[in-house]
Design a protein. Structure first.
Length: 223
């Protein structure tokens, strides 16, 4: 390795570490403050200077767009792993459980607050097709109640991704209560998964339209 490359290596490693910390901090601050999360708060949470943040991301919107793209890539990876399960019910529940256990936080607060890039729309459509495949398999096998749609699953994930009790205890530093809160959340998830099994009482209203999600991110040019 020449001298120039040896000099670049530590700087590159530091830049990559800072980027990981910025993305982690952005998720946490976003969960607490919503789309109004400030770049100063994100930089402080990441332990880097605000100049370092702006060297990596020109705007807060660009940072949130990167966060959304990474989240969509993670959905896709999780869906691909779940699809490898031979059992249709295990495939669907493996995706739901893995997604919730990843503790990624919800990006719902930035819906409509950032421009959705063509790459983001394409990643969303790919994930949507993958989840639809899991739902169709489970429905055809008779292990999923027939009135549940892929959009129902997305809604379920968004609602369960938020864990207000756990987030509050973490902010309070209540490590004594945190294990009990995590266990309670796991029980809630198990109850919800059991509710996806047939038979069941008819669900109220019609199935949610896919635009319940795309409409909030709003940009007709890429739908």
């Amino acid at each position: 390795m020449d001298t120039a490359r040896r000099r670049r290596a530590p700087r590159q490693a530091e830049a990559e570490r800072n980027d990981r910390e910025l993305l982690r901090a952005a998720r946490e601050v976003l969960a607490e403050d919503g789309a109004h999360a400030s770049v100063a708060a994100i930089a402080a949470r990441a332990g880097v200077g605000i100049g370092s943040l702006y060297r990596r991301y020109r705007t807060k919107e660009e940072l949130f767009q990167r966060l959304a793209e990474l989240s969509l890539d993670q959905w896709t990876d999780t869906l691909e792993q779940a699809a490898a399960c031979d059992d249709p019910w295990e495939a669907l529940t493996a995706f739901i459980t893995a997604s919730l256990e990843a503790d990624r936080g919800s990006l719902a607060p930035i819906a409509g607050a950032v421009e959705v890039t063509p790459a983001m729309w394409e990643k969303h459509r790919r994930a949507d097709r993958q989840l639809a495949g899991l739902v169709e398999r489970a429905t055809a096998a008779g292990v999923l109640r027939p009135d549940v749609t892929a959009t129902d699953i997305w809604v379920l994930l968004e609602q369960l991704t938020a864990a207000p009790m756990i987030e509050q205890l973490r902010r309070q530093g209540r490590t004594d209560l945190l294990p009990a809160a995590v266990e309670a959340r796991q029980r809630t998830i198990a109850i919800v998964l059991d509710g996806l099994r047939p038979p069941g009482s008819p669900l109220p209203g019609g199935p949610p339209a896919e635009t319940l999600f795309t409409g909030r991110w709003a940009d007709d040019r890429h739908r």
